[in-house]
Design a protein around this ligand. Sequence first.
Ligand code: SAH
Length: 258
Amino acid sequence: MSNKNKTIHEFDFNLICEYFSNVERQGPGSPEVTVKALGFIDNLTPQSRIADIGCGTGGQTMTLAQNVSGQITGLDLFPDFINIFNRNAHTLGLSDRVNGIVGSMIETLPFGKESLDLIWSEGAIYNIGFERGLNEWKQYLKKNGYIAVSEASWFTEERPAEIYDFWMANYPEIDTIPNKVAQVQNAGYVPVATFTIPENCWTEHYFAPCCRIQEMFLKKHAGNQTVEELIAGQRHEMELYHKYKEFYGYVFYIGKKI
Ligand code: SAH
């Protein structure tokens, strides 16, 4: 039984990976937002060491690299994403200072203690959990180093049951912005900045490219239940966003290690 499950699991994993390999971003965001978040970070030099954790295929990492100096390491669990990441870095002429590696954010990270000037993570820290990520990753940051992450957050104290239930089933660590800021502070950072990412990060930069590939992907894997479920889940997520976007979204949290 365990073998059978493993095969199914790996099959799912490959399909999910194949699906998201077709889009530039694997989560909501935009180049403008990456540059805006970067505007709060003032310690970078050509000697800086930066990690982008859960980098995906590197949409935001390439924007980072084009706007800062320093060495950037992207880390992601999916080898196919890292292959695309490194190919993109090469195409953009960035491979001398941008390198993607396969690894898990939940394990010990391949960075020295107090070796990093900046930890970046867009739409990915939820995989380890916001508080755990803030606490565990701090050890890799130099004193006065920065962390900049985007994270699903509630915009209001109350919200309709349908969207509340969706998030409780998918990521119960979603919380209000003041509570998240308190978590940043409690983890040993000065909360430097917080801003909500605009709607076009979801619609134009995330959902629209996904919509463009969904029909093609369904056709290619016609009759495949995993693919049908994956796309149905994506479409559901998109409908919920349109219905409840005043109640939640992604928020950038920027902290400076004390
Ligand atoms: N930062 C990218 C990707 C966000 S999607 C963007 O904004 O486009 C979340 C990413 O986290 C995916 O690329 C997924 O492969 C990665 N991921 C999931 N679990 C992980 C883990 N345990 N360790 C490292 N990366 C992980």
